[in-house]
Design a protein around this ligand. Structure first.
Ligand SMILES: *[C@@H]1O[C@H](CO)[C@@H](O)[C@H](O)[C@H]1NC(C)=O
Ligand SMILES: *[C@@H]1O[C@H](CO)[C@@H](O)[C@H](O)[C@H]1NC(C)=O
Ligand SMILES: [Cu+2]
Length: 697
């Protein structure tokens, strides 16, 4: 109904009917309109971001409750501009009314570094006399400067320069040939680049010099493999076909699949945003999550030598997971029958840009969903599962992050992140050991220890916005063996601890107690278990932040200090390390620690709360990770607990099902499911089972 109404709306911008869902990202037309409105005030600004300012939750709820009487929330653009002298402006542009709503000069911050900001640095570095001089010292003559490359990172934070000047650090490399991986040839010095003056303002040079690596190149592209003897030849094709098409539908950006209903947004910062996630439970549409996204991440490196303490990229807050997203048009990132969505951004000049096929939507077989065989007679039911995957892939200089939001038929939502791409590398002097802060992954190549810590933002809506978060620990029963309450010493139970207030609403991981966290609606009990309806966060790769308390990373990445933080819902609180992350000193810490400090006694009980979960891995590189890393997966599950009254996937058609009485009568239930291909694979000689063989052993 709401969508129908939206279809009927027409835009004053284009005069064309539009189908904006209030959560839809800004279109290229809307980005252009926002830029034009800002330009009326100041024509000399550069654009850093023009993105949807999502409707305030309260307005949205009111509108949904009575769309006839409450006006629809306006389309609003959230704008970040950079003016003369590095001045940063934050603004809001009301697109429905065509006016600037809010415009502020923000002092002492640096907005994220865009791809355009990054690309200039290499050109400048190659022409800088001091960089040329440093290259000379390492054995690269001036006429070879075109073989020198750099990955420009934000500077992170460097106390010598502070936050007032927009700076990048250039991690330097060399390519003997344009097709060679530069990561085999890191250079040992680090120029610092000023984005305003477009010049190298300083070079950090290590005390001990490390000459250019002389090892032969090692590459991973097909040409290189051909030279090494070619690709393996024993792979037969696997074809994935959906002869009758896909099982999902899209209405605008709202996906419907197997009882799920999800709005798919996208922005320059977080990439994919899932909103208004509901599950149709036998005809009753039940809210599950209001909004979910990967909100931030930090990759701290563990080498104590200056200036490597600066290497700790906040890939989302400092560069933007959306801005760095790949166009999936040319590659084979997803397989099967695929639906794509584009992403629209602004460039520095204020022109809308489109990344084609930024988001991929497709289904995959998910193996066994459930199965049971009655050992007495081999009667059996086996049901295969299917999953719906909403994904994007972004390239953060050397690294690739593949982000998969996966819906399952049993009410589970899974976030899988795969890490691939290339290690960040540094030079080694002849005879120098990489240990203990790194590993020599190839002769002369030092890959430093590091962590990848992701921050998942979940705004639960478990049968409504009033939710409570519990930490759940498997705990032994009180009393020693022989005692009255635990006579055999075997008792254990799930101990639930409520996260009560902002200042106490945090929790670390504990694998020994199988710790999970429940997002519960305590106002509604499950009919059978008499426990609150809930979704449980199950996450098992949760290292603690290794940089110590008081360190730069600890100060800047407050969100990473605990596995879970819970905060009271606030429309403005989307970015756990702050709105503008580059060059924050962490004094005071931005984002989550600041929000908690502002309302330490704020109650988290039975109210609208947000759960922030930091998970990830600690990466000690090894030669198998080089010259390109095989993808390493990591998974977080959101599982219904006491939410349904039985397995919600019972009605998924089984691949095979027979009852004891069908077996006794010599019938094998559903027919035609015997796996003929696997028999063929072994020469077609295998006996076909008896007619009541269920075919699933
Ligand atoms: C499998 O896919 C390949 C490549 O798309 C195609 O050439 C081939 O005909 C397909 N085979 C079958 C059995 O569909
Ligand atoms: C959320 O989804 C439900 C149905 O799944 C729909 O009735 C409601 O209007 C949606 N709300 C928004 C904000 O899209
Ligand atoms: Cu890594």
């Amino acid at each position: 109904m709401v969508l129908e109404r939206l279809h009927q709306m027409s835009s004053h911008l284009t005069g064309q009917p539009v189908q904006h869902h209030p959560f839809d990202p800004l279109t290229t037309e809307e980005i252009a309109a926002a830029v034009a409105i800002v330009r009326r005030e100041d024509s000399a600004l550069h654009f850093n971001a023009v993105s949807l300012w999502e409707p305030r939750k309260e307005d949205m709820m009111k509108y949904l409750a009575s769309p006839e009487t409450v006006p629809k929330p306006h389309r609003v653009a959230d704008v970040v501009c950079i003016g003369r002298g590095s001045k940063v402006y934050d603004g809001l542009v009301d697109l429905t009314e065509g006016r600037v709503m809010r415009w502020e000069l923000t002092e002492g911050v640096q907005p994220l570094i865009t791809m355009e900001d990054l690309q200039i640095v290499e050109t400048v570095a190659r022409e800088d006399p001091k960089v040329i001089e440093q290259c000379g010292i390492l054995g690269i003559p001036p006429q070879d400067m075109h073989k020198v490359y750099c990955d420009p990172w934000t500077i992170g934070y460097d106390e010598r320069f502070g936050s007032g000047v927009r700076l990048q650090q250039a991690l330097m490399y060399y390519r003997p040939h344009p097709d060679d991986s530069q990561y085999t040839y890191p250079l040992d010095f680090c120029p610092i680049y000023n984005s305003d003056t477009r010049e190298i303002v300083h070079i950090d040079v290590p005390k001990t010099r490390r000459p250019l690596n002389r090892a032969p190149p090692i590459n991973y592209h097909a040409e290189a493999i051909k030279a090494e003897g070619g690709c393996r030849k024993d792979l037969k094709p696997i074809n994935i076909t959906q002869p009758e098409g896909v099982s999902f539908t899209l209405e605008g950006r709202t996906l419907k699949w197997q009882n799920w209903n999800v709005h798919i947004g996208f922005n320059y910062r977080e990439g994919i945003v899932l909103s208004n996630v509901t599950f149709n439970d036998k005809g009753s549409v039940r809210p599950v999550f209001w909004r979910m996204s990967l909100a931030e991440m930090v990759v701290p490196y563990g080498n104590p030598e200056h200036p490597h303490q600066r290497k700790h990229a906040f890939d989302l807050g400092e560069y933007g997971g959306g801005y760095m997203t790949n166009s999936l048009a040319l590659s084979c990132d997803c397989k099967g029958a695929i639906h794509y969505m584009d992403a629209a951004f602004v460039n520095k000049a204020g022109e809308p840009q489109t990344i084609k096929n930024a988001i991929c939507l497709h289904e995959e077989d998910a193996g066994i969903l459930f199965k049971h065989t009655d050992f007495r007679d081999d009667s059996c039911t086996v049901t295969r599962g299917r999953k719906m995957i909403i994904s994007h892939v972004f390239t953060a200089a050397n690294y690739e992050y593949c982000v998969y939001w996966i819906l399952h038929q049993d009410g589970v939502i899974q976030l899988e992140v795969k890490l691939t791409g290339i290690l960040n590398t540094y030079a080694l002097a002849p005879g120098e050991s990489a240990a203990p802060w790194g590993t020599e992954v190839y002769p002369g190549v030092n890959a430093h220890n590091h962590q990848h810590l992701f921050c998942l933002r979940v705004d639960p809506n478990i049968d409504g916005p009033s939710n409570t978060i519990f930490q759940v620990d498997a705990t032994q029963g009180e009393g020693e063996p022989g005692s009255e309450q635990n006579p055999y010493g075997n008792a254990f139970y799930a101990k639930k601890t409520k996260l009560e207030t902002m200042s106490t609403g945090m929790s670390d991981y504990n694998g020994a107690t199988s710790r999970t966290w429940e997002m519960a609606n305590t106002n509604k009990l499950n009919t059978y278990s008499q426990k609150p309806v809930a979704y449980k966060l199950v996450s098992r790769e949760v290292p603690s932040l290794l940089p110590k308390e008081g360190s730069l990373v600890w100060k800047r990445a407050g969100f990473a200090r605990h596995a879970v933080h819970v905060t009271k819902y606030d429309d403005e609180q989307l970015h756990p390390a702050g709105r503008h992350v580059p060059q924050t000193s962490g004094e005071p810490s931005q984002g989550i620690p600041a929000w908690i400090a502002a309302d330490p006694d704020g109650s988290l009980d039975n109210t609208d709360v947000v759960l922030w979960h930091t998970f990830g891995l600690t990466h000690f590189p090894s030669p198998e990770d080089y010259p390109i890393m095989p993808a390493e997966p990591m998974t977080v599950l959101l599982r219904p607990r006491n939410f349904f009254t039985s397995n919600p996937a019972l009605d998924v058609p089984p691949s095979y099902s027979s009852t004891p009485s069908q077996v006794a009568a010599g019938k094998s239930g559903i027919r035609g499911v015997v796996d003929s291909l696997s028999r063929l694979a072994f020469g077609g000689k295998q006996e076909k089972g008896p007619s009541n063989d269920c075919g699933c052993k």
